[in-house]
Design a protein around this ligand. Structure first.
Ligand code: ADP
Ligand code: MG
Length: 545
């Protein structure tokens, strides 16, 4: 079976083009001989840009069609260059009398087909070409030279802007070659890509391996090595780029961190941060950031980094507007300095004063039960409950110190700030109401009663849970009833525990656990259990809590 969502591998590209054209009304498909073009031909007699290449690198090139970038693009089959007749058709369509520039990635098939196409139209149309060869991993004294990769879209952007401002064909080509000479890229993959017709990737990598210097056609890289941390990885990638471009202190670059297919946006941002930090150490400024999915190798899991030496003219062309849907939607005009993006530590510890015995008992009980709570939520919910309790309570040093109201307030803040999920807010509210009640009065039982009933009302208002819905309300509500009836704290704790136990036989209708339905039968609700522990921890003799 194919790894891709498709009708059949044979119609993968054409079916995808159909959706692409439907989604982009400004781009049209010309079936004979097969190319995409801007639906409306630009009126001015400016230089036209045509590119193309094998499919599988989307959004390049199709997504780079638009005012200010490409006039037309010729898609080949997956990883296969377009044929010369496609290129001839696109060149004829695009020419507005000022000539046509071909932007070609340096692969033998692409170079030959574009060359023949230029040859075929030489009596009708003035043409020129820019060959993009930015991949340092394929640098060698012999062979076809460096491959064209991520820098291609920067060349398309800058040439497109130069054409749009009215530069002549020779000048547009000249600036394109200037960008090529000042651009280098390198790619790394953690997983190879899989062809649409295959079920196995083009090469196998062990779980701890990476392919360094990988190509964008599923070809193996320069070196297969152990994976390293992102900082080290980025350093190894940036080194050869800086070397090849002879970048020195005080220079500025456009830095493109590109998704090769299935890297996650979080990884791309992380890598970009490392690129900025690494270049910073070398005294090189990232004048323009580009982070996203631009030049892919089907579903390869990895990233490429492209650096382009930039001067003011390059930057102004880079900044010029374009309607191309694959270009960054709202590109940044600068890079902000790296900042510390860790979360501030909440000031929630009440670590002075007397030891608070009952809250120490409660916090200890939860701290020692994280794994059990996780397991309960795994069986009845999504498994994060233990982690949420841990986030809120693990950092309390035992014994906890402070008055009831101080410690309750610290626990509340901790739940609200440190803990996520439903439980973070629900328990945050419970402890906040208890803290308020304890700060208002000094009778222990009255404070517990007032705080508990206000918390119950607010929690039910928040989440709508009723008794029987299999939530912590099933423990809290009977505790509140018992308190209202003047029961002893020991009886209140028993009521809460019985309530928690009652959740064993119902299935959740509120919260995340409701999605697992019948699976929750026979499992107690962990939130209700923790509530019962709170009452259980309370002193039975409240005269000297
Ligand atoms: P989630 O996975 O739903 O984000 P947690 O795993 O952190 O939340 O917390 C789950 C606990 O939250 C449940 O054990 C239950 O006691 C409690 N809970 C869920 N929904 C509600 C609700 N509507 N009202 C009160 N408590 C709820
Ligand atoms: Mg959960």
């Amino acid at each position: 079976m194919s790894d891709y969502i498709l009708n059949s591998p044979g119609t993968f590209i054409t079916d995808s083009l159909r959706g692409f054209v439907a989604a982009h009304p400004d781009i049209a498909w010309q079936p004979d001989p097969g190319f995409l073009h801007q639906r409306e031909r630009t009126g001015d007699a400016t230089v036209a840009l045509v590119s193309g290449g094998g499919s599988g690198h989307e959004p390049m090139h199709s997504g780079m069609i638009g005012v200010g970038m490409l006039d037309a693009a010729c898609p080949g089959l997956v990883f296969t260059s377009p044929n010369a007749l496609q290129i001839v058709g696109a060149t004829r369509w695009a020419d507005r009398g000022a000539g046509v520039l071909h932007i070609v990635k340096n692969y033998t098939g692409d170079v030959m087909n574009f060359r023949i196409a230029r040859h075929l139209v030489r009596d009708e149309i003035a043409t020129d070409h820019v060959i993009v060869d930015d991949d340092v991993a394929s640098d060698s004294a012999t062979g076809p030279g460096r491959r064209g990769t991520g820098a291609t879209i920067v060349v398309e952007k800058i040439c497109g802007a130069a054409a749009a401002r009215g530069d002549e064909l020779g000048a547009v080509a000249e600036i394109g070659r200037h960008v090529v000479a000042n651009a280098r890229s390198i790619s790394v993959a953690y997983h190879a890509c899989t062809m649409p017709s295959k079920s196995e990737p083009t090469f196998e990598l062990d779980a701890d391996e990476m392919e360094f210097g990988v190509g964008i056609h599923g070809e193996a890289g320069r070196e297969r090595t152990a994976r390293v941390g992102a900082r080290e990885l980025v350093n190894r990638m940036v080194d050869p780029l800086v070397d090849a471009l002879s970048l020195v202190h005080d220079e500025q670059v456009i830095a493109l961190v590109n998704n090769l297919g299935s890297a996650h946006p979080l990884e791309l941002d992380l890598v970009f941060g490392e690129v900025v930090a690494d270049l910073d150490r070398r005294g090189i400024t990232v004048a323009r950031p580009m982070v996203g999915t631009f030049v892919t190798a089907l579903d390869m899991r990895g990233v490429s980094i492209t650096l382009v030496r930039a001067d003011d003219e390059i930057l102004s062309l880079f900044d010029a507007p374009t309607t191309a849907p694959g270009w960054a939607a709202s590109p940044s005009r600068s890079t902000a300095p790296l900042t510390d993006t860790t979360f501030a530590e909440p000031s929630d510890s009440a670590d002075d004063g007397e030891e608070n015995q009952w809250l120490t008992r409660f916090v200890r009980h939860v701290q020692e039960s994280i794994d059990d709570l996780t397991e309960l939520d795994q069986r009845a919910g999504d498994g994060d409950f233990g982690t949420n309790m841990e986030a809120a309570l693990a950092h309390f040093d035992l014994p906890v110190r402070g008055t009831d109201s101080q410690v309750l307030s610290a626990i509340s803040t901790s739940y609200l700030v440190r803990s996520g999920g439903t439980s973070g807010v629900i328990f945050g509210v419970l402890f906040r109401e208890l803290a308020h009640a304890f700060s208002d009065g000094d009778d222990f039982e009255a404070s517990v009663r007032d705080g508990s009933s206000r918390a119950l009302a607010e929690i039910q208002d928040l989440g709508g849970a009723q008794v029987g819905d299999n939530t912590m309300v099933d423990a809290l509500s009977p505790a509140v009833d018992a308190l209202d009836n003047g029961a002893s704290l020991a009886d209140v704790a028993r009521a809460a525990a019985d309530g928690a136990e009652s959740t064993r036989d119902t299935t959740a209708t509120k919260g995340r656990a409701s999605y697992v339905g019948e699976n929750a039968r026979g499992v107690v609700d962990p939130g209700a259990v923790v509530v019962s522990w709170l009452y259980e921890a309370m002193p039975s003799d409240t005269s000297g809590s």
